[in-house]
Write a protein that binds this ligand. Structure first.
Ligand code: ZN
Length: 501
């Protein structure tokens, strides 16, 4: 293809290689770095971030993009070349819209607010965090003004994580979802089977959990020749290129669910990254369509696969061979134990039915905070009222309520809805996939995951970042994202589990 596009690709590759190198430093910091190295490491990462920012907003990149645009004439709108240049333009314009002093202020505030938040949470002291949250919102409003929007500043923030998404559309989809979740939760809590579910008790040595989860994610198709699994305080997946995609998990020797489903979740993210075409690597077409699409992959492997009856039947013999504590457990008991529903205070520990109510609550509150309709001082009361309304429980303190998540201290306003968008998409994709793979349940029961992974590779992974999420969803499923498939999935699964009428 045209020379200018090759020159643009070469420059983008330099910038992306630096980003990948920064990600290696970040991964090392989370997994292996000795505590005494924190200061030197933050200086290294700061210097790299400055260089990357300089290149990503530099005149040279701008010139290369303009030249590539000029050479595109004639290229089909949906060709890789046209999309590559379009993404480069979008990234560049967004990056240069944020003035350097604002970017620096955001980064300083992020580091500061994180420490204030951690202390406030430990001491259950929301008023100590309130000024930092106020500042986070002020910075978010300024970012929105610089990025630009039609009528709703939240759109500009949401667009950072979910390109093309609009708050009003998200609200419509969530409004369709919420009454079903509230109603299903209430009916489960009132059912005779509630709190009668089996539990997996015993001791589960970390080393054995590590070995077993590695075996399971390898069975799904996660490629250890191009990845590895390590221990970290907060599980995550990170990609240094499609040839090196790593996951981390954490272990609790008293229970198995956390590591098992954490590993399946992160492996779901990793399978996506490992499936992006090699020639997209380090170009503006590399990486995921959006955070929501990323989350659709992790939640599909964690929940639609991992918490299914067929998967429990497949995994049980492997778990029993490793853990004597599970000798007398049946596949049905395993299935019921890992699908126990209980309204709880902490989002990251929530089950499939209640999880998205935690997210909806946060989305609603940050919309109101950003617009100024809700004052920061009133956020804890608003949080607790919504917890009571949606889940029927009230946090006994703010540490277990409004202070639990890291996002608002790190300046991530507009991020939360992507969790639910991804969850909904996982079920919508599953519905479409079943038309091509009607025997997927039997395949999973036999440990044959290649057909499912192949379908995802063909229909989602191979597009990388070529399409925006809305385009991708329509392309693959033939309709826009909606809540129907997820509601159907939950009602069928939990209606049967809890014998609801
Ligand atoms: Zn995730």
């Amino acid at each position: 293809m045209a020379q200018a596009i090759e020159a643009l690709k070469a420059r983008a590759a330099e910038i992306n290689h630096l980003r990948q190198a920064a990600a290696v430093l970040e991964w090392d910091m989370q997994c292996y770095m000795p505590p005494g190295a924190a200061r030197a490491r933050s200086e290294q990462m700061g210097t790299l971030a400055e260089i990357i920012h300089g290149m990503a907003t530099g005149e040279e990149l701008g010139r290369l993009i303009s030249e590539a645009e000029a050479q595109l004439n004639g290229a089909a709108k949906d060709s890789d070349e046209a999309r590559l240049v379009k993404n480069a333009r979008r990234d560049y314009d967004d990056a240069v819209k944020i003035p350097a002093d604002l970017a620096a202020e955001i980064s300083r505030h992020g580091a500061l607010a994180h420490n204030i938040w951690a202390k406030a949470r430990a001491e259950n002291d929301f008023p100590a965090f309130a000024p930092a949250l106020e500042k986070t919102l002020e910075l978010a409003r300024r970012v929105a003004e610089h990025l630009g929007y039609e009528s709703d500043p939240y759109d500009a923030l949401l667009d950072i994580f979910e390109p093309g998404a609009r708050a009003a559309q998200v609200e419509t989809v969530f409004a369709e979802l919420k009454p079903h979740l509230v109603d299903l939760t209430r009916r489960i809590v009132e059912s005779p089977g509630y709190r009668q579910e089996p539990r997996l008790t015993g001791t589960f040595p970390s080393q054995v959990q590590d070995r077993v989860t590695q075996g399971l994610v390898a069975a799904l198709g996660y490629d250890f020749a191009h990845g590895r699994q390590d221990k970290a305080a907060h599980p995550f997946c990170t990609s240094f290129s499609r040839d090196d995609v790593r996951i981390t998990i954490r272990f609790d020797e008293k229970e198995l669910d956390g590591a098992l489903y954490g590993a399946l979740h992160e492996a779901g993210h990793a399978l996506y990254e490992q499936g992006i075409p090699a020639d997209y690597d380090a170009t503006p077409l590399g990486g995921a369509s959006s955070l929501g699409v990323h989350e659709s992959q992790s939640r599909m492997w964690e929940n639609l696969v991992g918490r299914s009856r067929p998967f429990c039947e497949f995994a049980l013999p492997k778990l029993q061979a490793a853990f004597p504590a599970l000798q007398s457990v049946t596949a049905e008991e395993l299935y019921r134990a890992v699908n126990r529903v209980e309204p709880s205070l902490i989002r990251v520990e929530a089950d499939e039915v209640t999880y998205n109510l935690h997210v909806l609550l946060r989305f609603e509150l940050e919309r109101e905070m950003l617009s100024g309709r809700l004052k920061v001082a009133d956020v804890p009361a608003a949080w607790n009222a919504k917890m009571q309304e949606y889940l029927g429980i009230t946090p006994p303190n703010d540490a277990l309520g409004v202070l639990q998540d890291v996002h608002w201290s790190g300046g991530m306003v507009g991020y939360f809805p992507t969790y639910t968008l991804g969850t909904l998409l996982s079920a919508q994709l599953w519905h479409t996939m079943k038309e091509s793979l009607p025997d997927v349940d039997d395949q999973i029961r036999r440990g044959e995951f290649a057909p499912l992974l192949g379908w995802l590779r063909e229909n989602v992974h191979r597009y990388g970042r070529k399409y925006e999420p809305d385009e991708l969803v329509r392309l693959v499923t033939g309709e826009p994202l909606n809540a129907r498939y997820y509601v159907d999935y939950l009602q069928a699964k939990y209606g049967e589990l809890y014998e609801l009428a």
